[in-house]
Design a protein around this ligand. Structure first.
Ligand code: BEZ
Ligand code: FE
Length: 295
């Protein structure tokens, strides 16, 4: 004898309720609640879209190819989450900061753990290609006090828009990466090159989707940071070049107004010499403010 159909048999009208009630014995309450929302919204979408069988199979093939594109280095599902704004939405929900604290943005796939630990002032550009840039500022708490012993982990693309890990054998390993620790004054400074915009990996199904939607795959020029210190929430963020051509159309929606830095062109032969730079060079001054953990 079949079990009683607690919501009746599946019909177009009651489709979501029937599926949700079938999941009612789930032991994991969070899983049950999440699946209920997903089933409800998915059925609502299907009812609004009314896909043909061909459209449905096309969608399934897209997801299949997205999975097949994934490997240890390539996470096509995360890219799909990025270009649909889901990654930034999850980031926003989980990083509601107190007022005055620096805002977060996406981590991206190009972070490498254990970049070289460097003294303040070091040049993270190992191949001396690109336009010289000095970056400095302070790491503060929300009361404006310097944070000592803060770890600043930075990584960036080069002046052609490539990370070292995308150009193994062309760029030196750990090019444009480094970790710095602040002293009592909370100050940081290091030398680098002006980064350039670049496309997110677009040779897979997500790239095809962007083209079909009339969208470009580019991210505006930025530097990535992870800032951590005892007694503070870890901050994963970027600073952006506000003059970048893609600043208002980041493929992954990562730009926030507070993350726009001022990239100043400095023509000063004497300072350039001190820094072992060519003049003119770029200068960026940007303070980060760390939040205390929420209780
Ligand atoms: C990045 O900024 O490194 C990045 C973020 C999301 C997708 C691809 C790259
Ligand atoms: Fe990036």
């Amino acid at each position: 004898m079949m079990e009683a159909q607690e919501q009746g048999y599946f019909t177009e009208a009651n489709s979501a309720e029937v599926v949700i009630s079938r999941n009612s014995a789930a032991k994991d309450e969070r899983l049950k609640a999440v699946m209920a929302v997903i089933v409800r919204k998915l059925h609502e979408a299907v009812k609004e879209i009314e896909p043909t069988p061909d459209e449905w199979i096309k969608a399934i093939r897209f997801l299949t190819e997205t999975g097949q594109m994934c490997n240890e280095w390539r996470q096509e599902f995360i890219l799909l989450s990025d270009v649909t704004g889901v990654s930034m939405l999850v980031d926003a929900i989980n990083n509601r900061k107190p007022s005055g604290a620096s805002e977060s943005t996406v981590l991206g796939p190009f972070h490498v753990a254990n970049a070289p630990a460097l003294p303040m002032g070091a040049n993270i550009c190992l191949d001396h290609k690109g336009e010289d840039m000095i970056i400095h500022g302070r790491i503060l708490d929300t009361g404006g006090k310097p944070v000592a012993g803060a770890l600043l982990d930075v990584w960036q693309a080069n002046d052609e828009g490539f990370y070292d890990v995308q150009q193994k054998g062309i760029q030196p390993d750990f090019n444009l990466r480094g970790r710095f620790v602040t002293g009592e004054d909370g100050r940081y400074w290091f030398r680098a090159v002006k980064p350039k915009f670049y496309p997110i990996p677009d040779d897979g199904p997500v790239g095809r989707l962007l083209r079909a939607l009339g969208r470009h795959p580019h991210r505006p020029a930025h530097l990535h940071f992870i800032l951590s210190a005892d007694g503070f929430e870890t901050l994963t963020t970027h600073i952006f070049d506000p003059d970048d051509p893609y600043i208002n159309s980041d493929a992954v929606f990562g730009v926030k107004e507070s993350l726009l830095a001022d990239f100043q062109s400095v023509d000063d032969a004497e300072r350039a010499k001190e820094l072992d730079f060519k003049s003119p060079f770029w200068e960026v001054d940007y303070d980060f403010v760390l939040a205390r953990p929420r209780s």
